[in-house]
Design a protein around this ligand. Structure first.
Ligand code: 2AM
Length: 524
């Protein structure tokens, strides 16, 4: 994609390069992000500019659409096929016939001498820098709740021992963690599918160009496959229902599954599954005759792999070489279903107790979206309410260790006695003259006070630092409206303090972004 992007945006491409090309652009995006479907929109415009003919207007798939992204994508795809296939439609596969599985599972009569857990440990002993295929199995040394008992959310400070692991990380990096399914879910899944957790199998691809997933040891136990690979608590997509319908021997269940997977059943599927965030495991329990008849060969076609989750690194390797800390908000919410919905990775991490014996977590690091200036005299303004403060904790530790003392942190939380992370540490750094801390406690008074209110109050200082001293401005966090609100506050500071008109202030902000002096890392 990078190569394609660079190529297609070359200035030297002649204006009519694509005048014989038909094209269509489908974007997959999320409108809660500021630059919603930026790539699709920009690509669409560029292809038109180069003389291409659009078969259809650009499709902006939106994860925030109340009926899910398919609501926009399905009709668009329907129109696309009509255009592409024209008067001679290619016959589609008849409904109800399963396509061949990607892999075959050959069960072994006896368990192998080396169990899959041992194989996994051997595989995860990294030769080069740790990566997705060779994660570090890092010992967890701390797992402590850092929010008060009356706070609505369980937030954990989690610490790993990374001495001698080969991991190297800087402020702004993220750590990727590969979670596992809960033991009770593994048991339930094996039960409803009639699988024996201790049985071992080898995996063979059906097609030579489809490699076996490298994360899986060979031979592998069913328990290992289910606990570490199959994302059984994710919300299934429509293709899951489609394939399940093909595999179902039970007439009534099959009919229902076919209905869910048809274009007409879209809304029903949405209210059964997507809106209440029903999981694959729950759906399988609702269709027990079908679940019990799933050929194991189809498990990897039906169920997506568990994806690693990214967390901002919250400690500096420069200051604490053998430790890596993260701040984890344990995701839990209620839908119309009785059981609360739980985030896989955060719940799994929270459930691990290093006090009960050794706990090791597969992880590796990657650059995140934030980079901090190396030059000594550049001030840094950081706005990080809630867990958004995590990357700034790493940055402040790192900068203080390097003697960079111009650090301004805007931190917001509900109440100082409930969710004020690292209060004592900030106070100490203030005493040492290495930090200016500005707080916004949103629920300690009648009116909400947020970081952007504090930012506006300190407009003259912010402007002075930005415009006169070349400060870098950072923003991180997960509140839905926070990033836009803070950006607005910054805009009005530039207008009011800098005396710039609206368009000039926007250009000023855009320049800050282009030169990486305004960076943000936000998550939904
Ligand atoms: P609230 O929950 O009281 O609304 C960390 O989550 C802090 O960010 C909390 O104090 C939260 O306040 C606050 N917050 C919520 N929405 C925000 C927004 N749009 N801008 C800035 N802070 C926000």
């Amino acid at each position: 994609m990078k190569n394609f992007w660079r190529f297609i945006f070359r200035r030297s491409l002649p204006a009519a390069s694509l005048c014989h090309m038909d094209f269509a652009v489908l974007g997959l995006g999320d409108s809660s992000y500021a630059r919603f479907n930026f790539v699709a929109k920009k690509l669409y415009r560029r292809l038109l500019q180069l003389g291409g003919s659009a078969l259809l207007p650009v499709c902006l798939g939106d994860d925030q659409h109340e009926l899910g992204p398919d609501a926009t994508i399905d009709p668009w795809l329907h129109n696309l096929w009509e255009k592409v296939l024209g008067p001679q439609p290619v016959p589609l596969d008849p409904p109800g016939v399963p396509w061949p599985s990607k892999f075959t599972l050959q069960f072994l009569q006896e368990a192998p001498r080396t169990c899959s857990e041992e194989l996994r440990v051997a595989r995860t002993d990294p030769q080069g820098p740790p990566s997705e295929l060779q994660p570090v199995l890092a010992p967890m040394v701390t797992n402590r709740r850092v929010t008060g008992p009356s706070h609505f959310q369980d937030v954990r400070l989690i610490e790993f021992d990374v001495a001698g692991s080969g991991l190297s990380f800087a402020a702004g990096d993220v750590v990727l963690i590969q979670p596992e399914n809960a033991a009770s879910h593994i048991r339930q899944f094996c039960q409803v599918l009639g699988l024996e957790p201790d049985q071992h199998f080898t995996l063979q691809p059906q097609e030579p160009d489809v490699p076996c997933p490298k994360q899986l040891p060979q031979p592998c136990s069913v328990r290992c496959l289910v606990s570490q690979y199959l994302d059984i608590t994710s919300v299934p997509r429509r293709s899951f229902f489609e394939l399940l319908a093909c595999l179902s021997p039970h007439e009534r269940e099959r009919e229902k599954l076919l209905e869910f997977s048809s274009a007409q059943g879209h809304e029903e599927l949405h209210s059964y599954c997507t809106r209440p965030r029903r999981t694959i495991l729950e759906v399988l329990c609702d269709f027990p005759h079908t679940a019990g008849a799933i050929p194991p060969d189809y498990l990897l076609d039906l169920i997506p792999p568990i994806r690693p989750r990214a967390f901002s690194v919250a400690s500096s390797q420069l200051a604490h070489p053998s430790r890596l800390q993260i701040l984890v908000a344990v995701v839990q919410y209620q839908t119309c279903l009785k059981e609360p919905r739980r985030g896989l990775c955060s719940s799994w991490l929270a459930s691990l107790d290093p006090g009960q014996g050794p706990v090791r977590v597969p992880l590796w690091v990657q650059p995140g979206g934030l980079t901090f200036p190396q030059m000594p005299d550049i001030p840094v303004i950081m706005v990080g309410p809630g867990t958004g403060v995590a990357p700034f904790r790493a940055a402040i530790q790192e900068r203080v260790a390097r003697g960079q003392t111009e650090n301004i942190l805007f931190f917001g939380c509900r109440r100082r006695d409930q969710d004020f992370y690292w209060e004592a540490e900030w106070k100490e750094l203030e005493k040492q003259g290495c930090l200016t801390l500005v707080t916004a406690f949103s629920r300690e008074q009648e009116q909400k006070v947020y970081v952007q209110h504090r930012l506006r109050e300190l407009g003259p200082l912010v402007w002075e630092l930005l415009d006169r001293q070349g400060a870098h401005f950072y923003l991180a966090g997960n509140a839905k409206y926070m990033p836009a609100d803070v950006s607005d506050a910054l805009m009005s500071i530039i207008q009011e303090e800098g005396g710039l008109s609206g368009p000039d202030a926007a250009a000023y902000l855009a320049r800050l972004q282009r030169t990486l002096r305004f960076q943000m890392e936000t998550w939904a």
